[in-house]
Every structure is written in structure tokens, then in C-alpha cells.
Design a protein around this ligand. Structure first.
Ligand SMILES: [Zn+2]
Length: 140
């Protein structure tokens, strides 16, 4: 994506031969343009997320819903995986990097995803019962 940021770093390449100086210049520029940086990060996240969602079929495997899609760890190793690579976008980036492994992750809508984690705790810390697949009712 050609934006101000790229034009600026191109300018740095022309202006400084020294890599450390170039980096410092980019760092200062980023600091004084937080909204440009935030927009670039947002575009990057959307790009990764859209690629992952379409690679996994673009809909919930259980109900076919296309809203509020999430990646489900088929072998329920999500907590361990998040410890290794990080939360949310890092999981998407991992899937992207590893060629969208279908035996490890699948796409579920938020409600169906809850039905796959029957041992989830509610706000009072009690274990909630598994929901019926496709019922789309939030647990009490
Ligand atoms: Zn669903």
C-alpha cells in the first residue's frame, strides 16, 4: 500500500546511508504521525484476517453464519497456542504463515464457538453448561 509512510521511508533511504540513522528517522516520523501508523496497522490486520477467513471457507462450519467469525482450535489447544504465539491477530497471522492448516483450526461463529467450549466459566466463575449447536442463545 502506497501511503505517506512509504514515501517517507523512501526519503530516508535516499537521505541516509547509515541504517541506524534511517531507522531513527522512521521512528521519529511514526511517532509524530500516530494516525497514519494506526491506519496502516488496521489495514494490515484486516488483510490478514480477511485472507484467513476466506481460506477457511468464509462461514461458520456448524451453522453457515457469516457474522462474528472466530477461529476455533479443533484439538482444544487454544490456550497453549495463545501462550506460544499471542492473542487474536497473532493466531490469524500464525494461520496465514503456516498455510491455513485445516486439521488445527476451523471457522465458527461466536455463538457456535461457545458450544465447543463447554467448560467455559461465566461472570460469577461458575462452569457453564454446553449450549446446543446453532441455538445462538448466550449462556446465562
Ligand atoms: Zn455458527
Amino acid at each position: 500500500m502506497w501511503d505517506l509512510r512509504i514515501f517517507h521511508s523512501f526519503g530516508c533511504v535516499m537521505a541516509y546511508k547509515d541504517l541506524a540513522k534511517r531507522r531513527e528517522c522512521v521512528r521519529r516520523w511514526n511517532q509524530s504521525h500516530p494516525s497514519v501508523v494506526a491506519a496502516a496497522v488496521e489495514r494490515y490486520r484486516a488483510k490478514i484476517k480477511n485472507a484467513v477467513i476466506s481460506a477457511y471457507g468464509g462461514q461458520c462450519r456448524l451453522c453457515g453464519c457469516t457474522d462474528n467469525l472466530e477461529l476455533h482450535h479443533i484439538h482444544h489447544d487454544g490456550a497453549k497456542h495463545r501462550d506460544e504465539v499471542g492473542q487474536s491477530i497473532h493466531i490469524y497471522r500464525w494461520a496465514f504463515k503456516h498455510g491455513f492448516p485445516q486439521d488445527r483450526l476451523e471457522l465458527l461463529c461466536r455463538d457456535c464457538h461457545r458450544t465447543q467450549h463447554p467448560m467455559e466459566r461465566n461472570d460469577s466463575g461458575q462452569f457453564t453448561r454446553p449450549m446446543k449447536v446453532g441455538s445462538h442463545v448466550k449462556p446465562a
